[in-house]
Design a protein around this ligand. Structure first.
Ligand code: ADP
Ligand code: ADP
Length: 236
């Protein structure tokens, strides 16, 4: 469904991703692990085309994501929901509005679009917040929530995009262990219930082992491990 074919991306002399071939099955929850600088972020950014590959193809449902432009590129990005380490909510807006931003795709048109959310959009946002146990916080400003709550708001926002993929770049790196568990539980639940493919960069092997179907290990831009948590345990 999503396939990397011999993908390379260099920034000047630095080869961030080096000849990577990977195939992601729909509905999988994949943990990508590796040291800082291994190429994990670049791998995710290649998928939603925040960066373009130097060589190779990234194929989704038969079309090469690497060559999309204009309207097709915008449509593709809308299908890739991103979760960031620092949550990236709009602090001064309430939680419900932050979730509704998932329906816009881009915050640039926010002042215009805010007036135009339909009752159906609002209902969907409420439902998403309820699924993440955040309905009581719906009308609070985003920056009054804890980090773990803010990350769950970001997951609700992702759901409003009706994404094909959720790309999570270090989603729990800023959280304490309890909030980290709540966030990973939420990602796992959505992965299972909605069959959304989740690709998640994690800096600890433990989290990948506990939550993911598959673990991809990266070092120096290359895939150095690709298997189930069970096979990793055996070879470790
Ligand atoms: P990770 O997410 O595993 O920490 P990254 O994908 O962020 O790894 O980075 C891989 C390598 O590519 C690093 O050496 C990093 O400094 C470099 N790199 C990433 N993005 C850029 C960029 N925009 N410009 C220059 N170098 C970059
Ligand atoms: P990560 O936490 O994923 O390792 P980094 O701290 O390496 O991220 O990178 C933060 C931002 O800086 C990213 O947008 C990345 O693309 C960019 N970046 C990383 N390394 C470099 C670099 N050597 N030169 C320019 N930009 C970089």
């Amino acid at each position: 469904m999503l396939e990397f074919r011999n993908v390379t991306k260099a920034f000047g002399e630095t080869v961030a991703v080096n000849g990577v071939s990977l195939s992601f099955t729909p509905g999988q929850m994949v943990g990508v692990i590796g040291r800082s600088g291994a190429g994990k972020s670049t791998l995710l950014r290649l998928i939603n085309r925040l960066v373009s590959p130097g060589h190779g193809e990234i194929v989704f449902e038969g079309s090469n994501v690497a060559t999309l432009s204009g309207r097709d590129l915008r449509a593709w990005r809308a299908r890739c929901a991103m979760i960031f380490q620092q949550f990236n909510l709009v602090n001064r807006l309430d939680v419900l509005t932050n979730v509704l931003i998932g329906r816009i795709g881009t915050a640039h048109t926010l002042p215009v679009m805010l007036k135009h959310f339909s009752a159906a959009d609002r209902a969907a946002a409420g439902l998403a917040l309820d699924r993440l146990d955040l309905l009581p916080q719906a009308l609070q400003r985003a920056d009054t929530l804890s980090g773990g709550q803010q990350q769950r708001v970001a997951i609700a926002r992702a759901l409003l995009q009706n994404p094909s993929l959720i790309l999570a770049d270090e989603p729990i790196a800023s959280l304490d262990p309890r909030n980290a568990r709540l966030v990973m539980d939420a990602l796992r639940r959505i992965n299972r219930q909605d069959r959304i493919t989740v690709i998640c960069n994690l800096h600890t092997l433990d989290a990948a082992r506990a939550y993911c179907d598959r673990i991809v290990g990266m070092a120096h831009g290359r895939v150095v491990f690709d298997g189930t948590p069970e096979t990793l345990t055996r070879s470790a």
